[in-house]
Ligand binder design. Structure first.
Ligand code: SF4
Length: 238
């Protein structure tokens, strides 16, 4: 069965506009200090998506495209209570999945993908989530970002899944500039010090979600304001 993949690596144009004028690249010492501060504030960051095993993580991430983690968690609470394995999900069927997730965006195509990827896991991987990027990206509804999240959270690999928040923070601060999601991912892989790689995407997502917000970044309360190169931030002492 062939299933449409999510659009590849295109950044949300509104978001790139909200990143504002380009910042100069951060020097390595500033990159080190930035991650030292974010990691000191939250040494073991957790995903805000609820899941109980690698399979439910994969499903939750597929469902999270163009939806909030909160909205996905609300929908998956009931779904995962009845289907936390590919076998149970296939037994539940597309209509059953749809009934649980109809509060989140694109629920029709997502229900189709959840059933198709569950079938593929049973037929091709013995019902297990594979720990390889190519195998993950071959699953229906699974793109590079989803694969990166699963490899990182379920298998401890130091991948950096660039979402809209990371795209904005990386460009705005001067940490890693790029016009596409993939360009930012590649730039982050070049500049993020090895010891921060495992949790880098979590720190940056949370920073973008709660501090360096799209329309009104909270520069006054930002722990990395002195390092950030964004020309739009208030001058120090103002
Ligand atoms: S100072 Fe902080 S909140 Fe403001 S743009 Fe820079 S990183 Fe974002």
């Amino acid at each position: 069965m062939t299933t449409a993949k999510p659009a590849p690596s295109a950044a949300d144009p509104a978001d790139s506009a909200e990143a504002g004028p380009a910042a100069p690249p951060l020097p390595p010492a500033a990159v080190e200090a930035l991650f030292a501060r974010l990691s000191a504030a939250l040494p073991e960051p957790q995903s805000e998506l609820a899941y109980v095993n690698p399979y439910t993580l994969l499903v939750a991430v597929v469902l999270s495209a163009q939806a909030t983690d909160k909205g996905v968690n609300k929908a998956t609470k009931g779904l995962f209570a009845v289907a936390d394995t590919p076998q149970k999900m296939v037994a539940l069927g597309e209509d059953g999945v749809r009934a649980h997730i109809r509060t989140i965006g694109l629920f029709n195509s997502k229900a189709k993908n959840v059933i198709a990827l569950s079938q593929a896991l049973i037929e091709q991987h013995g019902g297990q989530v594979p720990a390889e990027r190519a195998a993950l990206e071959a699953l229906p509804g699974v793109g590079r970002k989803t694969a990166n999240v699963v490899l990182n959270l379920a298998f401890g690999q130091p991948t950096i899944a660039v979402d809209t928040h990371i795209f904005r923070v990386a460009n705005r601060t001067g940490l890693a500039a790029g016009k596409t999601v993939r360009a930012v991912e590649d730039a982050l892989e070049r500049v993020v010090p090895e010891r921060y790689r495992r949790h880098a995407h979590h720190w940056l997502i949370l920073h973008g979600r709660y501090v360096c917000k799209a329309r009104k970044p909270a520069c006054d309360a930002c722990p990395i304001a002195d390092l950030c190169g964004w020309p739009g931030k208030p001058a120090a002492g103002v």
